[in-house]
Design a protein around this ligand. Sequence first.
Ligand SMILES: [Zn+2]
Length: 284
Amino acid sequence: MSTPHPPDRDAESGGGEESSETSSQADLLAHYDIRLVRAPNPGPFTLSGTNTWLVGRHPTWVIDPGPLIEEHLDGLYAEIEVRGGLGGVVLTHDHHDHSEAVEALRGTFPAPLAGGRGAVDVQLGEQVRFGPFESVATPGHAVDHYALIAEGACFTGDAVLGSGSVFISPYRGAMSGYLLALTRLRLREDFNVLCPGHGPPVWDAHTKLEEYVAHRIDRENHLIVALGEGRRTVAELLDAVWSEVAAELRPLATATLAAHLDKLEEEQILPRDVERPRFERTEW
Ligand SMILES: [Zn+2]
């Protein structure tokens, strides 16, 4: 599929300065029939809020309805009306900040729901078609996480964010599965913009994916060095490898550490006496 060329853009990372974010969203409208409605739920886990995306019109399709906040739903409903009704709803994953408004939305605009698990009408899997979308498994942040590709864009949910990096859930195989998913996305040529679950759109899609892979490998290398220096406790490893992470995000860094340690164990290069973070290994 050929895709329109986006305008040249300054480095998009660095926290989404408002003016460049606004123009970036305008570009999305100009070059693609994609609209962002951002929920007013900013925070350390959600950056400037959860992104709800609308694709196409007559009807339009919604990705991640977001949190149950009246103001957000009002904006979303107005946009659905403008776009001639709702064809369907798809979830990148079922964490609350993405999925909470599903019922309210479908109560107002009845339409099929697609997702990785739970009470869905269409079960996502590898290369499942739903409306204009093709789903691509992107486990890591959640075991049931999917990216959706449509109209020259890749909707990445929390697999790749518009700024900063994501946290990986500590279920078995999360980190290796995540790295494989990023690598497979990077090899695709049917999109050139990333529309993330949080933060601004990313025009240098493939550069961003390469950065994400490099970032994970960089963390892993630091972790291997810290282990080589004899650090063994969770606190020591976090201090050595995630020293820049704010205190409130340390539990999430701990989860990511657990996923990295799992990967080293899978590869049989983890020393035996390393303290492992304790988590219930439920499938997040
Ligand atoms: Zn999220």
